[in-house]
Design a protein around this ligand. Structure first.
Ligand code: GSH
Length: 219
């Protein structure tokens, strides 16, 4: 049964153990690392989840999105991983086992690769509670070679784009704020200056985006 996260923007709770196979018993067992929307909306069945981080990567709002959080005319901005020797990116790893593996990969191939332009990459994941016992995990990364890649921009410009865009999965601002909420939950040791700068820029600009009384009167 798919485990729905207890609260949308908190790391999904580990499902009650139904005597899952140990990794040794299930050679197909796989960990999938989420660092963007997968953090709050995995939308695939999993056996376990861990909050933690990957080293050697930084998260950046450098991927354009014309489906989930934007449109062809107004592409939104979602996150990808940038190789960065000093980087550390926090997220959630989900363990899929048995028949969950093929179902999860089939679903993510459509959501991430076909609709999002992401490729798969193996990363080393460090669980927050057991960083001395790292796990191999699969991550979906949007490389500069994919057609939707937008690359770097000033955080203020990224904030403006996020405030203006929405897609089939909702507003781009929701995407930003749910990720920021997750990072708050991870605690003070989890910092993401790029994310924080965009949230700050949104906070500064939001008053300019609020409808005036006159505009509301027209609704
Ligand atoms: N691969 C990253 C980013 C994935 C991501 O945010 N992809 C977007 C755009 S393709 C998505 O699935 N959006 C669904 C949503 O915005 O709810 C992750 O592991 O979370």
């Amino acid at each position: 049964m798919k485990q729905e996260p207890a609260a949308q923007n908190s790391p999904p709770a580990s499902p009650p153990s139904s005597q899952p196979l140990s990794e040794d018993d299930d050679p197909q067992a796989l960990w999938i690392f989420g660092y963007g929307s997968l953090v709050w909306r995995p939308d695939f069945a999993y056996s376990d989840s861990r909050v933690g981080f990957v080293r050697g990567y930084s998260r950046r709002f450098w991927q354009g999105d014309t489906f989930h959080r934007g449109s062809d005319k107004m592409p939104g901005r979602v996150v990808t991983l940038l190789e960065d020797r000093e980087g550390c990116t926090w997220g959630v790893a989900y363990q899929v086992q048995g028949e969950q593996v093929s179902k999860a990969l089939k679903y993510l191939n459509v959501r991430e690769a076909v609709l999002g332009g992401y490729d798969t990459k193996e990363v080393t994941f460090y669980p927050q509670d057991t960083p001395d016992q790292p796990l191999k995990a699969l991550a979906y990364v949007a490389t500069p070679q994919n057609p939707g890649y937008l690359g770097p921009a000033p955080e203020e410009a990224i904030a403006t784009q996020i405030l203006a865009c929405r897609g089939f999965s909702g507003h781009n601002l929701e995407y930003l704020l749910r990720l920021a909420d997750f990072m708050q939950l991870c605690g003070p040791q989890a910092q993401d200056e790029h994310l924080a700068a965009i949230v700050d820029a949104v906070g500064t600009m939001l008053p300019c985006f609020c409808p005036t009384e006159q505009a509301l009167a027209l609704v």
